[in-house]
Unconditional design. Sequence first.
Length: 637
Amino acid sequence: MKQSIAVLHKYWGYPSFRGAQEMVIDKLLEGKDVFALLPTGGGKSLCFQVPAMMHRGVCLVVTPLIALMKDQVEGLEKRGIGAMAIHSGMNNIEVRRTLDEVARDVDIRFLYVSPERLNTPLFLQYIDALDISLLVVDEAHCISQWGYDFRPSYLRIGELRKQLSSSVPCIALTASATPMVQEDIIERLQLKKPAVFQQSFDRPELAYRVFKVDSKINKILEALEKVQGSSIVYCSTRRRTQDVSRLLQMQGIGADFYHAGLPQDDRSAKQKAWISGEVRVMVCTNAFGMGIDKPDVRTVIHYDVPDCLENYYQEAGRAGRDGKKAYAVLLYQHQDVEALQELPDMRYPAIEDIKKVYQALADYLNIPVGVGEGVYYDFDFNEFARNFHLEPRLAMNAIKMLEQEGHLSFKENVFIPAQVQFMAARDQLFQIETVYPQLDGVTKCLLRSYEGIYDNHVAIYEKQIARLCRLTVEEVKQQLMQLHRLDIIEYLPQKEKPQIQYILNRAPANFLHIDVKNYAQRKELYVQRMQTMLRYLHLEKECRSRYIATYFGEENGRDCGVCDNCMTRKAATGITTAEFKQIAQEVYRVIAQQQYPLKEVVAQLPDVAEGKVQEVIRFLLAEEKIAMHNDGYLYRV
């Protein structure tokens, strides 16, 4: 048995690889750089996890998604594979402790890192000690300023490569990148003559549908009645997720809502209920779905039109990952088109408006000129916009532009654990037992459970302390606050509020550097992506699946046979059920004798109209009655 397949079977229990996985793995094992464009649900993780288990050393995985990071670490640990993570919610003590453990323990094979942690003095200090064997860049499109989700922190990866041995291969993974973005990724990551893999965007099990409707909620109810099973409904605003969820509940449908503004415990509970099937429909913003492994989603419905095809494809692609029939439904009204056309000016505010928001941020957070670099600040966006009389969407987009220009970082759902440092001298602690006996248990628990708690702020977990002391979590928090007021400890409560971090010291707003030419180019590309989405909306004859594949640079795509346009065209050909069955039997007969390309199969049936044969073949491919090799030859499944 091939070693990679043996590793796959040993740790993941699968008998074989899917799609391009095996070819990607082979190239990495040869020490080559790889660029892999693998559509949503294409099994990207195994492309680097399997080869990493076949080499000594640590696989360094750069990903911007903290939730995905945590899920993958937990998944690897369940398989008996050592893995750890470093992300923006950790302080330097926790980061150092993690890096020490990874450097020391040879059984830790994976280190997941958020991009903003790269190139920090602390991280670079450990590079040589980590024995990195493979560099993985997940969501690699984030490194391209021409892409739809540019993140400046990704630019640090190119610098990191210079710190690594030239023998360490790099794999860049993305599910959605146009040819222009692909070239930019390869250049910025300094991939050396990379092996390039582009898996087909064809999803024969996924039927794309677009409806112009008077009532969106009625259409959703109709879709959910026709297609049973788990569903996601995407909305563009938090308020709408609650409204739509409530309307579905009123109709007796098990629905809940999800967005980034909810507390972490609530988000986790809602996600768990949906994955288990306790909740059938999750109505959510695009904060939901990334990294969630639920293969049996039967419908993904978009209540609002996404601003680009990249986002739509990613979100719609969460349906039907089990290979069974599924539907991606997009609803729109005339006003949605008008709103989309107004988005570019809203998404890319005037430079003066960006400077105005930058000044307002400094005033709101009380940050003087020349300070702030690296500091996290609690940030209540609604209060900020209200206090400074800013239009909320314009203010939010100005903040995003400041982030893309590298001035600050905005994190909507950062989870920073509570932290404690002892301030009292050790001899003072003996007095607690007699003067404040009710605080003695928590005090001793802190001292026994957390190393370095006298020297630095250390992350603590109130639930763990509550369990050890047989108290409620609320009682633990109250006692910690009392110790804080007595100057025994400094207690920094857990943070779940959005955070603003200044990447650079605050500058005078008038001297704020923004690359005006680059900014204008990015806006123009955004307009082009928006127009591509509008064209998708208004397609009348062209296959929707083929349109998507062509946008992402896939040549020689074929019609899916199952989208609304293909089904309409099929009905227009006038093929009766009996005629369809007869042609299908003839197709089966031809390819049972020998595998043929589509044109040759048509040629083998001279008595049947070419268009009808092609239409039947498209349908049989979509229903997986027959299949097509990469070389275009058809065969019976």
